[in-house]
Design a protein around this ligand. Structure first.
Ligand SMILES: [Zn+2]
Length: 451
């Protein structure tokens, strides 16, 4: 069985992506209101009411809903963000990155993959479902600003100011949808958290010409850096559940899967993988533990004075379930006897830090079976493979409230893993018209199955 979506509405979705690219909502500053108003005008022209919330000058969010005649679950399309990241290298692109050009079966431009194709297909699927009506529950469309800079004027603002309007049981947003081996399709069940720390050390001043036995803050900071690196690679507790999903997804054999998911064998496997495939080794490393990367260091004031101050910044990324205490416990263990002298502070979002909890939804709930059924309507027999995203998205605001949230779309099977890792935020970002059609159908199908 294949879904009946007209060629005309797929064309409309394609045109909408192109216009959203042309609106150039580069964050910062965002200025997303032009895209939000454009979607409002489109929905109103189809007789659909919606509410727009201005959250800052020229920035805002949009909510629309369809109600079924009977009680039932609430499903959200979104949070879908219309802001995009800047283009640092327009001269390296084959097209103007904000032309929204449609050629060779692709829509080209910044944001097409992250995540304007989802915005457009969710809007068009919503319009189609509004025309047909739903039998039960509610379908909510939630279009937001500011995802690329943390969601302060987008999803987070709505959670703080109008939580009742975006209350839902399930939400579907970026991204997933890539095919792996044998009809296996990726969907995102969660993301790692961030707990960036600054660690300060103090020393005693003295003359640099006589360093023996001195109390030097820079020396302490450098010892700390080496200890943190060593602890993260060799001593931190390992977790293997996310690697198990990865093994299934990559179609690994039994032996390989056993090696990947057996904690005592993992260090050796990592060393071997690092030699022949460093990119995969990075993924395995990051999915198997809380990572700690000391990325900045500052200290001292003069070449001939023993340093009295030094500080390092550590980018820490947690797995779901690893809380603040866990972070501090292992950071202190890594520092060893330097821990007593270290003053550890959390970097807040205001001073450029990342501070969010790792989070994940159930990888095998009843709703997930429906997601699988929805893609099966286009590709019979395909299976969903759960992945954890290393980065942070708006979904964290929903998972905090217990909402089952998934990164779900359906990409043109021709899309390669290289496209997936290089196109979002990259050069020649583009999405194929086939992807627009497939993702449109996937959203339409899941709404039909749920509501
Ligand atoms: Zn995105």
């Amino acid at each position: 069985m294949s879904t009946k979506i007209s060629k005309e509405s797929i064309d409309e979705a394609t045109q909408l992506i192109s216009k959203l690219v042309q609106n150039k909502c580069i964050n910062p500053p965002g200025d997303e209101m032009k895209s939000i108003r454009m979607i409002e005008t489109l929905l109103k022209s189809k007789g659909i009411e919606c509410s727009v919330f201005e959250t800052a000058p020229n920035r805002g969010n949009l909510v629309a809903r369809i109600k079924g005649s009977e009680d039932g679950p609430k499903l959200m399309f979104g949070p879908a963000h219309v802001d995009v990241v800047p283009v640092p290298n327009p001269e390296e692109w084959s097209v103007d990155p904000f032309s929204g050009e449609i050629k060779d079966g692709y829509i080209w431009g910044r944001g097409t993959m992250d995540m304007l194709f989802i915005v457009a297909t969710q809007v068009q699927a919503f319009i189609q479902l509004h025309k047909e009506g739903i039998s039960k529950g509610e379908l909510i469309l939630f279009i937001v600003s500011d995802e690329e800079a943390g969601g302060t004027h987008g999803a987070k603002w709505m959670m703080e100011n109008h939580p009742d309007l975006i209350e839902t049981d399930y939400c579907l947003t970026e991204m997933g949808g890539a095919f792996l081996d044998d009809g296996k399709v990726v969907f995102m069940i969660g993301e790692k958290g961030g707990a960036w720390k600054r660690i300060h050390f103090k020393g005693t001043p003295g003359h640099g010409s006589m360093p023996y036995g001195s109390n030097n803050a820079v020396v302490k900071a450098s010892k700390a850096i080496l200890r943190i690196e060593n602890y993260c690679d060799n001593k931190i507790p390992l977790r293997t559940e996310y690697l198990g999903y990865l093994a299934d997804g990559l179609g690994m054999g039994k032996v390989q899967k056993f090696m990947l998911t057996t904690k005592s064998l993992l260090p050796l496997l990592l060393k071997l993988t690092r030699k022949k495939d460093p990119d995969t080794a990075k993924i395995i490393h990051s999915l198997s533990r809380m990572t700690m990367s000391p990325n900045m260091v500052q200290g001292g004031m003069k070449a001939n004075v023993i340093a009295t101050k030094a500080s390092i910044v550590v980018d820490i990324r947690t797995l779901p379930g690893q809380d603040h205490e866990y972070v501090l416990k292992h950071l202190n263990k890594a520092l060893g006897d330097l821990a007593d002298e270290a003053e550890i502070t959390q970097m807040t979002e205001e001073d450029g830090g990342v501070n969010s909890k790792g989070n994940a939804s159930d990888p095998s709930s009843e709703f997930v079976s429906l997601l699988e059924e929805a893609i099966g309507m286009e590709f019979p027999g395909s299976k969903l493979v759960p992945f954890l995203m290393p980065g942070v998205t708006d979904m964290r605001y929903f998972r905090e409230k217990g909402v089952q949230s998934y990164g779900f779309s359906l990409l043109d099977p021709k899309t390669t893993t290289k496209d997936m890792s290089s196109l979002p935020h990259g050069t020649d970002e583009r999405i194929s018209v086939k992807t627009v059609e497939l993702t449109f159908k996937a959203y339409y199908n899941i709404a039909k199955l749920t509501l």
